[in-house]
Design a protein around this ligand. Sequence first.
Ligand code: PA5
Length: 422
Amino acid sequence: MKSDYSKAIQFTGENAFNRSVDYALKQLEILNSGKGKGNDFLGWINLPQSYDEDEIADIIEVADSLRELDAVVIIGIGGSYLGAKAVIEALKPHFEKTDPEIIFAGHNLSGNYHAELIEYLKNKEFGLIVISKSGTTTEPAIAFRLLYNEMKQRFDKETIKKRIVAITDAEKGALRQLADKEGFTDFIIADNVGGRFSVLSPVGLLPISVAGFDIEEFLRGASIAQDICLEATNENPAVKYAAMRNLLYASGHKVELMVNYNLRLNYFAEWWKQLYGESEGKESKGIFPASVSFTTDLHSLGQYIQQGERQIFETEILVNDNSDAPIIPEDKEDLDKLNYIAGKDMEFVNRKAAEGTLMAHFDGKVPNILFEIDSLDEYNLGFMMYFFELACGISGYMLGVNPFDQPGVEDYKRNMFKLLGK
Ligand code: PA5
């Protein structure tokens, strides 16, 4: 992954950036020492390098048995589904139906979504992966009850046992009790791995493997990132990213937009938003993480970004891969006046749009941090996910918050439970 800070440094100055990098390095040291805030939730730091062959083989074996079904429903919310969804959306074809079909549920309380899902599964051989660290979260619990109920009406006990996998805490929670009592296959989410930092645990690995993608390559990318991002050097990419975004925040850039020019990265941005939003947005502080997909959003939010309130900076991910882009054909009549780009591939145009936009936004006083990867594959996704997680830990410490808790999430639940008469 290449990075370019030149279009951000011009707003902050080189010296301030260097000072911020020094401060970020100190926070990395604290993170590494295990003495910082939330230090009982640091198990994710070593996840990529913590697996032995048997553990991976076990995940792949369970995934392979689920792959024989027509559809597999992944039930979970927040950190219990976004990582897997991000990777699967980044790798799967746009239009072809995948085999098995991967469906997500329990990430909302929409009645029509779940009613239609039940109907859709009526004639299908389906399985369930239910993921909840606490094992008590309302959204996935309801979805699981509904779909388990459907299964009980259609399949015998033995079949059901083969088709349900639970991923939850080793001891605590209702899902753990249910899994033990019913004898579901299960994987454990370690106590010291929080939901939004769990994509490199079975929470992400099992669904990604069920979708047919290579989790060993995914972990290899993450493992390389682990080596690089834990190094105490001012060239450490996670340190630099944390340093720059905090510096921009301190100078009034309170909104960070993750920018892509590839629709496949839209859910990667959703994963990133949850990671940073839930980790940093507390104690009345924190950058607001948002996202745009260009060039689509240049025709909507583009206007605001160019000329609205000056509080935005961009973190852009470009994929340098034009291997499957169609060539724009020559047309004799040229009524649409496109012959000037005939013979070019569509990604060439996309790239020029990206370059032109970067210049325009820079002129419009929007700092830009640029990351580039060669292809959208398991390796690069694993690398980027570990990189963003580690940078998030450093960045949260720079901000002075505990990046590993989410006390604010309880407030809506308290009210909802009261209103439901729990
Ligand atoms: O990042 C987090 O910790 C949260 O987003 C959780 O993943 C989310 O609330 C789901 O929790 P659970 O896995 O306990 O059902």
